[in-house]
Design a protein around this ligand. Structure first.
Ligand code: FEO
Length: 387
């Protein structure tokens, strides 16, 4: 598949994976992207998941014709991209592997060799590699989302090979009617979300580059309106508000907390909130709830007191938020408890280390089931959220 006259796509689609990275459902499958640059020297950009080595090598051979690959550039060592390095070297032992010092160390840990007995080039930030017409410049991107990662900029075709950045869930042979952002957002906040500061740092490095095409390691090649993708990454990595709206995340044992969540959603809609997203955390795909909770500027957490703590699914959910550096939000709390409600206190304690959260007081207190008093508190919370 053509990316530019000299750059070809040689990646694969995965419709067999049950959980990507052991935890993310991927109803539309997954793509592991790889590219080859055909110049006086040829350079392969990353490999693919272990199960697709044969298909990938066949794709590569198809593009190379009678030529041989001169370089394999390894931007990221997570096995969905690095698993076929040794297989590549079995097929083409004369090729030179180009990667970062940290990546070569990881190769030793993953695959038993750091390739120091082979042809290899260790590269760092701003190092370049001449292929002929194309000059590649390496841009280190530590912790986006592993420490060894770098991007590669081809100044001839103005192409950025961006490792996992700008990637999304979904195979490339499945039409995604929701467009790029939906599954790119779930991917970003699930996998990269904690590292906003590091993403900001690499976006700063990219600011001076003229870009025509972004080639990520997952998802489609991006070749138009690149400002949109860059701005979206700017918003996500700064934990900004992407969309106006409010997300209500709840857990419910017998339906009373659910009723409170739904009544609050109705109140907010009646007051003109442009979008109210409601997630039953025990039943929804939790990474979807996580992306919603980063997407909107306001969130409500509603749960029950449970074993003198909070309901386990809510506990896990809040951990998903805090470990990803959730910040810059307005937060409403709803607690339910039949004899000693303490859920709001526990949630507050869990959020204590999160930066720049505005907690709306007081928390709504439900004693077993909604009544006139707790409904008045819901009304008050709705007003505070809409203020
Ligand atoms: Fe797509 Fe971080 O591997």
């Amino acid at each position: 598949m053509r990316v530019t006259d000299d750059i070809r796509y040689i990646g694969v689609n995965d419709h067999e994976v049950d959980l990507f990275e052991g935890q993310y459902i991927v109803p539309n499958g997954m793509a592991y992207n790889s590219y080859v640059i055909l110049d006086e020297k040829t350079a392969v950009m990353d490999s693919v998941d272990a199960r697709f080595g044969e298909e990938w090598l066949a794709n590569l051979a198809g593009e190379l014709g009678s030529r041989k690959p001169d370089y394999l550039i390894v931007q990221h060592m997570e096995p969905d991209h690095s698993a076929n390095i040794m297989r590549f070297l079995e097929a083409w032992p004369e090729a030179t592997v180009v990667s970062s010092a940290k990546a070569f160390q990881m190769m030793k840990n993953f695959y038993g060799s750091d390739l120091s007995d082979r042809k290899r080039i260790v590269v760092g930030d701003k190092d370049t590699l001449e292929l002929g017409r194309h000059t590649l410049t390496f841009v280190t991107a530590p912790m986006v989302h592993w420490p060894e990662v770098f991007f590669t900029y081809d100044s001839t075709d103005r192409v950025l090979f961006s490792a996992d950045a700008f990637g999304k869930f979904g195979a490339l042979d499945v039409e995604d009617p929701e467009g790029w952002a939906c599954e790119a957002r779930r991917y970003y906040f699930g996998i990269v979300g904690k590292y906003g500061a590091q993403v900001q740092a690499v976006l700063k490095k990219l600011a001076g580059l003229e870009l025509k095409i972004i080639c990520p390691l997952h998802g489609p090649v991006l070749d138009e309106n690149l400002a949109y993708y860059l701005e979206t990454y700017q918003t996500w990595s700064s934990y900004g508000t992407e969309s106006e709206g409010i997300v209500i995340n709840y857990t419910s044992v017998y339906g009373h907390t659910r009723q409170a969540a739904e009544e609050l959603a109705e109140l907010l809609r009646a007051k003109g909130c442009p979008k109210v997203a409601v997630n039953d955390l025990a039943r929804c795909d939790m990474p979807e709830a996580v992306e919603d909770t980063f997407r909107y500027g306001k969130a409500v957490l509603a749960t029950t007191t449970y074993n003198a703590d909070i309901f386990p699914v809510m506990k896990t959910f809040i951990e998903h938020l805090t470990e990803r550096n959730w910040q810059n939000k307005t937060v409403g709390l709803i607690e339910n408890g039949s004899w000693a409600p303490t859920a709001a206190k526990t949630m507050k304690a869990m959020l204590e280390g999160s930066k720049n959260l505005t907690l709306l007081e007081p928390a709504v207190k439900i004693t077993s089931a909604l009544n006139a008093d707790s409904r008045a508190q819901l009304e008050q919370l709705a007003d505070a959220l809409m203020a």
